[in-house]
Design a protein around this ligand. Structure first.
Ligand code: NAD
Length: 264
């Protein structure tokens, strides 16, 4: 199928480099004709994002740190001025102090709990509220989550709690905006080697566990996530909202290690 996203304009938030999940999503959308705008967090990342944006024919780059709500407002204002509307938004943003992505969840500090929640969870609600104002003809929103939201994963700690709240936000936002023809979904991706992923202690062990124990016996790639995102952001999924869609080689359905893994 070609041209699924022809005529659609969307905002991608969360490309840091060519390993970012948001970059996998961007490639899949651009290949189907979408026009993209990108945000970047700080000038150092901006230098990396600019050539990537050029690869998908975009010169629309905007600085944004979601801790500074004025910068989110400026992004929305710039899109309104240049495009007048928005068809979709991708929120692929997460952060927590890496010193707390190890050890006990119980040791999470109040300061890092709040910061993690604001950046990794509440920013999606703040962005959704603003983006919806540019979606008078309907639209789609997508965020990224991880299975550590519903099951305990070693070291994921406060991020798991933030992702649980993010998934609940997806359902509440889907209910808020459904009557306006705006759909809100999340992809729950399996572990992938990225900048954010590397912040979690023993990330390598998690990747190897997933590879050995998921039904597909492999980890997922940013292109796997990109293709599923294309489905959720395009009209192919027009009857789907409030969904947490797993792209994890089926790991979430398992209840114990495979027998091969137990024997090795
Ligand atoms: P990444 O490091 O490439 O992307 C994370 C992005 O978050 C970066 O672009 C960073 O600039 C941005 N960010 C962090 N704090 C920000 C702030 N204050 N303001 C604006 N942007 C900010 O890593 P990724 O793995 O591609 O992460 C994207 C999303 O996918 C995250 O929500 C992450 O939790 C989620 N996720 C990742 C995995 C994985 O294994 N890598 C699995 C499931 C879900």
């Amino acid at each position: 199928m070609n041209g699924l996203m022809n005529g659609k304009r969307g905002l991608i938030m969360g490309v840091a480099n060519n390993h970012s999940i948001a970059w996998g999503i961007s490639k899949a959308l651009a290949a189907q004709g979408a026009k993209l705008a990108f945000t970047y967090q700080g000038e150092a990342l901006g230098k990396r994002v600019k050539p990537l944006a050029a690869e998908v024919d975009s010169d629309f780059l905007l600085p944004c740190d979601v801790e500074d709500i004025a910068s989110v407002d400026a992004v929305i204002a710039a899109i309104k001025e240049r495009w007048g509307k928005l068809d979709f938004v991708v929120h692929a943003i997460g952060f927590s102090d890496k010193n707390e992505l190890k050890g006990l969840y119980a040791d999470t500090t109040r300061e890092n709990f709040s910061r993690t929640m604001v950046i990794s969870c509440f920013s999606f609600t703040e962005i959704a509220k603003r983006a919806a104002e540019l979606m008078s003809e309907g639209g789609t929103m997508l965020t990224l989550t991880y299975g550590g939201s519903t099951r305990v994963m070693p070291n994921y700690n406060v991020m798991g709690v933030a992702k649980a709240a993010l998934e609940a936000s997806v359902r509440y936002l889907a209910a808020d905006y459904g009557t306006r023809g705006i759909r809100v979904n999340a992809i729950s991706a399996g572990p992938i080697r990225t900048l954010a992923g590397a912040g979690i202690s023993d990330a390598r062990a998690m990747l190897s566990w997933q590879q050995k124990n998921s039904p597909l016996r492999r980890t997922v790639t940013i292109d796997d996530v990109g293709n599923s995102a294309l489905y959720l952001l395009s009209d192919l999924s027009r009857g789907v909202t409030g969904e947490i869609h797993y792209v994890d080689s089926g790991y979430n359905i398992t209840s114990m290690p495979t027998l091969e893994a137990l024997r090795t």
